[in-house]
Design a protein around this ligand. Sequence first.
Ligand SMILES: [Cu+2]
Length: 203
Amino acid sequence: MKGYSLRKISLIAATIAGGIVAVAGVTGLSVGAVTGLNMGQPLSWPASGSSCSAPQLAGTAVNVTLSNMGGPMMGGGSGMMPGGGSGGMARGAMRLSSDRAIVGHGTVSFLVTNNGSVSHELVVLPLSGSQTVGTRPLSGETKVEEAGSVGEASSTCGAGAGEGIAPGASSWVTLKLAPGRYELVCNLPGHYSAGMYTELTVS
Ligand SMILES: [Cu+2]
């Protein structure tokens, strides 16, 4: 009985050790892969397109791409970014880009694809007067004020608001936009200050 227990314990110990080796191996692999990639490229997702199939969208299409520099600090859940903050993150480490800078007013559909290694989203905010993109004040949570938002796409493989778009996935939203200037942002904590904003003019 005692011998059996000992053997069982050593089996468990071996299993745990094996698990640690396996985790270390995976970590080593992903670090190696990250260093060999260009910034903004996804780690294991299709190079283009998305894992979601979006429905036919009404109005004028605006394709928005979300990306970030891949890396163990940003995607590995290493605990180096407590609370999702961006303490040491360089501005420009994340990007939100649109395939059009100007679109006619009326029905506009945003198809938003996350090519990054962490979750992202799109929020559409009006720009007032001479306000310029990238200058919104940040709250303590390192987010910008969303009051006045005219819509968002933040649902993995879905329309409208959700919990964020998973890496490799898309979200979409159809809006009625009045003429004016808008700022397209990702408002996950720290992402705006990391560079996730661009301007869209509605004519
Ligand atoms: Cu983001």
